[in-house]
Design a protein around this ligand. Structure first.
Ligand SMILES: Nc1ncnc2c1ncn2[C@@H]1O[C@H](COP(=O)(O)OP(=O)(O)OP(=O)(O)O)[C@@H](O)[C@H]1O
Ligand SMILES: [Mg+2]
Length: 283
């Protein structure tokens, strides 16, 4: 697919070393506005390291990082956030005992009054939180209820709605559906699709090929710190993806190996059995 517009984020030949560990080795990837890029790969493939680089947590050891065509160097997650790059981690930065609306505005509280008289504007926060969640199709009866009373999926949704409200242009999600049941995961996938419909560029990490295929437009596959390539939906069938991600090839090879193993063990095992039988009948 050839596009003329500039990608929202574009990394080229990014490497990241932790001492002797090569977490990323020359990875290139880009994401356009209004698309969902899925980041796939085994445990330890480098997915989290890549998105931490995108979100300003890590500085790349080598390579370039462009945001809307401009070369950037982020020193902190805050500087990435200022460019509209918001990240939602699996262990969400939310306070369970605080209300939904309070959590919605955590870190950017709308104030009322001035100076020492400034206080959190509860009414405004409640109204906005409820409206924004509603826009995402989530109906919270009482935004003053503690976040701890929400399900995992609803909590993820609040975090996504919050990022969208605060003007995220890029939304990065690190395994938001990993701990969720089928129905709850569906809720989160719907918000991902909503965010895309609003023109946001989404980077979505998941281990679940069905979740990836449901919302993904393109798929970047990482393997031991290297990119295996980026594929569009036309280039990668659901079956191929399921097969690849479930490690079916590895399992087939393993099954073959186990059969071989069985066969070569057969003779000694049988003679051993005869020996034992003999010993038993003698005794
Ligand atoms: N801060 C760190 N210090 C040292 N090594 C690290 C650090 N962070 C990641 N690594 C290493 O880099 C490699 C990639 O890790 P990463 O967390 O990016 O993988 P991942 O694809 O997110 O895996 P998972 O699916 O298990 O979350 C691993 O070998 C890991 O041990
Ligand atoms: Mg990870």
């Amino acid at each position: 697919m050839i596009r003329n517009d500039i990608p929202m984020i574009d990394v080229r030949n990014i490497s990241k070393y932790f001492g002797n560990v090569v977490a990323l080795n020359g990875v290139s990837m880009n994401v356009y506005a209004g698309e969902v890029m899925c980041l796939l790969g085994d445990n330890g493939a480098g997915k989290s390291t890549l998105i931490k680089t995108l979100s300003g947590v890590h500085k790349p050891s080598a390579g370039e990082y462009y945001v809307e065509g401009e070369l950037v160097e982020f020193n902190s997650p805050r500087s990435a956030l200022e460019r509209g790059i918001a990240t939602v981690y699996q262990d969400l930065a939310m306070i369970p005992l605080m209300s939904i609306s309070r959590n919605f505005f955590l870190g950017s509280e709308p104030g009322k009054g001035w100076g020492p008289f400034k206080r959190f504007d509860v009414q405004f926060a409640t109204k906005v939180a409820q409206e924004e969640l509603k826009k995402m199709g989530i109906d919270i009866r009482d935004p003053s209820q503690p976040v701890g009373t929400l399900s995992g999926g609803e909590r993820q949704s609040v975090a996504i709605a919050r990022a969208v409200y605060f003007g995220a242009k890029v939304l990065i999600l690190d395994e938001p559906t990993a701990a969720l049941g089928v129905k709850q995961a569906g809720v989160v996938l719907r918000y991902i699709a909503q965010a895309r419909a609003r023109g946001i560029a989404v980077v979505f990490i998941t281990h679940n090929p069905h979740h990836a295929y449901a919302v993904g437009d393109r798929f970047t596959i990482l393997k031991r710190g290297q990119s295996f390539g980026t594929f569009t939906k036309d280039e990668l069938s659901r079956e191929e993806m399921v097969r690849m991600m479930s490690g079916a090839d590895e399992l087939d090879a393993l099954a073959h190996e186990l059969r071989e193993f069985e066969r070569s063990e057969q003779l000694p095992a049988e003679s051993k059995l005869a020996e034992i039988e003999e010993a038993l009948s003698e005794g």
